[in-house]
Design a protein around this ligand. Structure first.
Ligand code: NAD
Ligand code: MG
Length: 400
């Protein structure tokens, strides 16, 4: 029996993971589940999977959940606070940790799993983006196994040469091709982008995901973060990683070799496929995803991304080339700008401008610790809040 902790079990990835786990009761058991504030869903998940621990951020909410579970005869122990997240990530009885918290909020717990030598199923790309070098060295030092469940990186992992030794060039890899759907605004006239609503931005054409990553997909910041994620996961220089728009989201990414071969992984857009791949690895296990009917899909099309329409993609490449503090700043400014857009305080088209102004005001410097990452993150958030307030002021002056 393999025991797992799911950090962020009430989110889109968390729920998909539990769906796969429920299909394999002889193989997987849940050791711990965590959520920020979705108490009712966490309660139902605890009743169904009876984990040893559950974690909520808030003390009162945790006490309430504990009382409800006790009344229902469920023996889960409910903990609270961010340090409890780190504790359940390093739990001795859980060999597998699914990192599915959204944003840099997932960093400390994901790192705790890396330090504890777990098999980590990584969805929380922001932790690798913001602390790539520290994270990868923690993985190496502890002997943790890092398996990507972001669909593109899982596809790349599946398309890489079997031998892991040597550089990408030594192994004959010429390019990594990250596919991107182009999101809901790929063909919208550019003049209409300023007026798009949060509802339109989160309505992704192919994937059902959390709100933050859905907006990131619309701006293509998601792909920018994924370029940085691929850089760390596969030790790939920025120039080796290329983005190609593929609106059908059937080819999940590709690896090109020096002999001209291109190896890709295909499937229906359903996160249960990469999750099942990583859960069972190296074995293949049933995921519940529908099987791909190529005749029904009909056409697969590809195009180069338009960097004028998607400035966030360029900003991410620039930050990766500038250095680690810029990447932390990029991520923080993006988290703030997306939250402000979802709260209808700034326009969709303000998002890249906010990020750009934050990065202009942050001198690039090396990052040497997690405390340092969190310091840069805090500074960048403050700058981003100022930049958003400036955009709000400009807009109301225009309106008034
Ligand atoms: P989501 O918003 O649906 O869920 C986020 C989860 O994290 C929830 O369980 C929530 O309770 C928890 N959480 C949020 N803020 C928290 C905080 N401050 N502290 C502790 N817990 C907190 O997000 P999602 O779409 O499932 O995405 C999760 C991660 O996976 C993100 O990093 C995203 O980029 C990545 N990812 C998601 C998908 C997808 O299809 N949804 C695909 C690839 C990668
Ligand atoms: Mg992805």
């Amino acid at each position: 029996m393999e025991y797992l902790t799911i950090l962020g079990s009430t989110g889109s990835i968390g729920v998909s993971t539990l769906d796969v786990v429920a299909r394999h009761p002889q193989r997987f058991r849940v050791a711990a589940l965590t959520a920020r504030s979705q108490v009712d869903l966490l309660y139902r998940q605890c009743c169904r999977f009876e984990p040893k621990y559950a974690v909520l951020l808030d003390d009162c909410a945790a006490e309430g959940l504990q009382a409800r579970l006790r009344a229902a005869g469920v023996h889960t122990r409910v903990l609270s606070g961010t340090s409890a997240l780190e504790d359940v990530a390093a739990l001795s009885e859980a060999g597998i940790v699914v990192a599915a918290i959204v944003g840099i909020a997932g960093l400390r717990a994901t790192l705790a799993a890396a330090r504890a030598g777990k098999k980590i199923l990584l969805a929380n790309k922001e932790s690798l983006v913001t602390a790539g070098a520290l994270f990868m060295s923690a993985v190496q030092a502890s002997g943790a196994r890092l398996l990507p469940i972001d669909s593109e990186h899982n596809a790349i992992f599946q398309s890489m040469p079997a031998s892991g030794a040597g550089s990408l060039a030594d192994r004959g890899v010429r390019r990594i091709l990250l596919t991107a759907s182009g999101g809901p605004f790929r063909t919208l006239p550019a003049a209409r982008l300023a007026a798009v609503t949060p509802e339109e931005a989160v309505a992704h054409p192919n994937w059902v995901m959390g709100r933050k990553i859905s907006v990131d997909s619309a701006t293509m910041m998601n792909k920018g973060l994924e370029v940085i994620e691929a850089h760390w996961l596969f030790a790939a220089p920025p120039d080796v990683i290329e983005v190609v728009i593929h609106p059908q989201s059937v080819v999940h990414s590709l690896v090109e070799y020096c002999d001209g071969s291109v190896i890709a992984q295909l499937g229906n857009p359903d996160m249960r496929t990469p999750i099942a791949h990583a859960l069972g690895y190296p074995q293949r296990i049933v995921s519940g995803a529908d099987f791909l009917d190529l005749a029904r899909v009909g056409n697969l099309s590809f195009e180069a991304p338009d960097l004028a329409r998607f400035p966030c993609l360029r900003l991410a490449y620039d930050a990766l080339r500038t250095g680690e503090s810029s990447v932390v700043g990029l991520n923080a400014a993006n988290e703030v700008a997306v939250a402000e857009f979802l709260d209808r305080r700034i326009a969709y088209t303000d998002i890249p401008g906010v990020i750009e102004r934050v990065l202009e005001r942050m001198p690039a410097r090396p990052v040497d610790s997690i405390d340092d990452v969190e310091r840069i993150d805090r500074d960048a958030r403050a700058l981003a809040q100022d930049a958003c307030a400036g955009d709000v002021a400009v807009r109301s002056a225009r309106a008034g």
